[in-house]
Write a protein that binds this ligand. Structure first.
Ligand SMILES: C[S@@+](CC[C@H](N)C(=O)[O-])C[C@H]1O[C@@H](n2cnc3c(N)ncnc32)[C@H](O)[C@@H]1O
Length: 306
């Protein structure tokens, strides 16, 4: 029951939610703007109007905070400590097909467009997301329906038939799997499930790499709303956020259940957000969804060494 003093409950589609930013000005980073200019060939003076228009389309499809906050254009991968290594890993060899990269929970697949712009053949780039409309709208957002030849596949990562349907033929296919702002959506048990699938997707060879970035928290633990209006269908869960130690423990658990113990080198960097500071993922002043003590940003990687 709402008391006379408590604020009214907002529908997830409400544009009054604090993560539906009204003004783009400080939320579109220079590199995202440049991608829209140079890769999508959108005239500089049209970019703001284009982004507002596309944000509204995406918001009506699925109103995630990353849409409201304009983070669907944020490029985190180029700032990842492993980015230069990643580019070298993805160089095509004349002798074989690939190497392939999969971006899990890719939303509008902005990271794939950025990789294509950096010279990686788009045929080697794969993306998957729960919301098919994010994937289909992405061609309009990036103006590349005739030039982007990557593969974008709608799928629920938890589907029990994943490898017989959407991901059929994808076992051991990928040299790299990237997950940006993805694992932190889930509780720890679900994260283990997701990571088991990631291990299944990666090539069983030295150098295969899982990497990503997400909101973290000092000490590692559950954060965010419990009875979330986001998850829908009455689903309740608390999201598990990591720091370096908790991420290492998560991967230890994953290695154990996948029979790959001792075969990974795990690295991560957690940085706590100082009061009022941006959340460290470029161009954005803070993250309106997660607030409070110890919240920060973590980049991570697990590389196959055996
Ligand atoms: C916070 S957004 C991050 C998007 C993008 N990776 C980025 O860094 O900007 C999370 C994405 O995960 C997708 N997602 C949520 N649950 C999923 C699931 N069960 N299976 C696949 N994708 C899911 C959402 O649709 C959304 O696009």
């Amino acid at each position: 029951m709402t008391s006379p003093t408590s604020p009214p409950k907002l529908d997830k589609y409400s544009k009054e939610n604090p993560w539906y930013y009204k003004d783009l000005t400080s939320h579109l980073a220079h590199d995202s703007r440049k991608l829209l200019e140079e890769y999508s060939h959108i005239p500089p003076e049209d970019i703001d109007a284009h982004v507002y228009k596309m944000r509204n389309v995406l918001w009506t499809h699925a109103p995630y905070p990353c849409i409201g906050e304009f983070k669907f254009l944020t490029l985190n991968l180029p700032k990842h400590p492993k980015y230069t290594h990643l580019l070298s890993l993805l160089q095509p060899s004349p002798a074989a097909l690939g190497p392939y990269l999969l971006d899990l929970g890719c939303c509008v697949a902005q990271e794939l467009r950025s990789l294509a712009h950096a010279g990686i053949p788009s045929t080697n780039l794969f993306g998957s997301d729960l919301n098919p409309s994010y994937l289909t709208t992405s061609y309009q957002l990036f103006n590349d329906a005739s030039t982007f030849h990557g593969t974008l596949v709608p799928a629920n990562i938890f589907s029990p038939t994943l490898f017989d349907s959407a991901f059929k033929g994808w076992e051991k296919k990928f040299k790299v799997v990237h997950a940006g702002l993805f694992l932190h959506l889930f509780n720890r048990e679900q994260q283990v499930d997701v990571c088991e699938r990631i291990v299944k997707l990666l090539r069983e060879e030295v150098g295969s790499l899982f990497l990503g970035e997400m909101v973290g928290c000092a000490g590692g633990g559950e954060r965010g709303p419990k009875a979330s209006k986001f998850w829908g269908k009455g689903e309740e869960r608390r999201q598990f956020l990591h720091d370096e130690d908790s991420f290492a423990k998560l991967w230890e658990h994953v290695a154990e259940v996948t029979g790959t113990k001792g075969k990974w080198k795990v690295e991560s960097r957690f940085k706590e957000r100082a009061n009022g500071e941006g959340d460290g993922n470029g161009g954005s002043k803070g993250c309106a969804f997660f607030t409070g003590e110890g919240i920060g940003w973590i980049t991570f990687s697990a590389e196959r060494v055996e």
